[in-house]
Design a protein around this ligand. Sequence first.
Ligand SMILES: *Cc1c(COP(=O)(O)O)cnc(C)c1O
Length: 403
Amino acid sequence: MTSAQNSLEETVLQAIQGVVGFGCKEKPISLHEPDFNGTKAWEYIRDCLDSGWVSTAGRWVNRFEQELCTVTGAEHAVVVSNGTVALRLALHLVGVGPGDEVLLPPLSFVATANAVAHLGAVPHFVDIEPNALGMCPAALDARLDAIAIRHEGHVVNKESGRRIAAVLPVHVFGHPAEVSQLRAVCDAWGVPMVEDAAEALASWREGTHCGLFGAVGTLSFNGNKLITTGGGGALLTNNSGIAKRARHLSTTAKLPHPWAFDHDAVGWNDRLPNLNAALGVAQLEDLERRLEAKGQLVQQYKRAFASIEGIELVAEPEGCQSNHWLMSLRFTAENQSVAEAQRLKLLQDAHEAGVLVRPVWTALNKLPMYVDSPAGSLTVATDQAPRLINLPSSPQLLKEWHS
Ligand SMILES: *Cc1c(COP(=O)(O)O)cnc(C)c1O
C-alpha cells in the first residue's frame, strides 16, 4: 500500500459516513436512539395523565400486551419493568433457583448473566457459532456430553455437582440464533430453554418469532432497543401456565379480592406502568416503518462495504428475518491481533469524527464477577469478540426518514 492510499480504517470510516452522514463532537451520531416523532405518544401519555392511570395497571398495559401478541404470534405476553427483570422472572418460572447452573453464551449484554446471578444461580458459558454469533448447537451438545449426568431426575454437572436448570441462548444484535437445533439438544436432556430475545422483537426463524422456540422468551424496551417504552420488558410464551404465574408473581403474588391483601408467594413488583405501556403502543404502531428503514440502511452499508477487503457485515442468517437491531462489522484479517488493532484504530478515528461506533461487549467470562464461572471451550467467542464493531443503526439515520 502506498502512502497516497487510504488505510483500511480511513476507507471504512468514509464508507460509514457515506451512509449515515457526518457527526461532530457536539452532535455525534449514536448507535441507536429513541424516536417518537410521527407517533401518537403524546396523545397516549396525555390519556394516562388525564385519567390518573399512570401506574402498574390500566388499559395501555392490556393493549400493549395484546398488540405484542399480534405482532409476534405469541399466545401470551406479560409486560414488566425491564428486560433484565423479564429474564430473571422467566428463569425463575422454569425452575432456576439458588445453586443451579444455567448454560448461556459469553457474547451478550451483561444482563443475561446477571439475571442468572440474581436468582442465586451460576452462569456456565457455552461457545457461539461464528456467523450470526448465537450459541452453537454443536458446542452445547458437546458440552453437555462432556459434563452432564442424569441423577435423581435432574441433569447435573458432574464437575461442580450443581443441577443444570436451563439453557439460555441469546439472539445477538437481532439475528436469530439457531434455536431449533438448540431446542432439540435441550429436549434430548430434558432441560428447559429460555430465550433472551431482548434485541429480537420482529426477528423470525422459519416463520416463528424469536422467543417462542423454548418454554418462554423475553424482550427489552430499553431506550436503545428497536422500540422503547423508556424502560420495559416482556415475557413471551405459548404456555398459559407460565403466563399466568408470570402475571401473578410480577404483581406481588396478590390474590384477587375486592379489598383483602392476601399473597400466596414471595412475589415481585415487576409490572410495567401504564405510562410506559402507552409509549409502547405508540412505538409498536411505528414498527413497520422502523423495520423498513433499517432494512434500507443495511442495504446501504452492504453496498458501501462491498468492495472493501478485510471487513464484512455480520449477515442475517439463512431462513431468518432479522430486525437488524444493531448492524455490525467484522474485521476478517486472519491474524486476530491485526483485526483487533484495525478495530481500535477505527474506534479512535470514528470517535474523533463524531461517529460513535462501539466495540461489541467484553465477553462475559472476562468480567470479574464471572471470570471463575464454569465454561466449555470458548475459542469462537474469544476469536470473534475482538473483531466486532457495532455501527450506527437507528432507523432515523436513513436520509429519507424525515421526508
Ligand atoms: C438490553 C438487553 C437486556 C436487558 O434489558 P434491559 O431492559 O436493559 O434490562 C438483556 N439481554 C440483552 C441481550 C440485551 O440486549
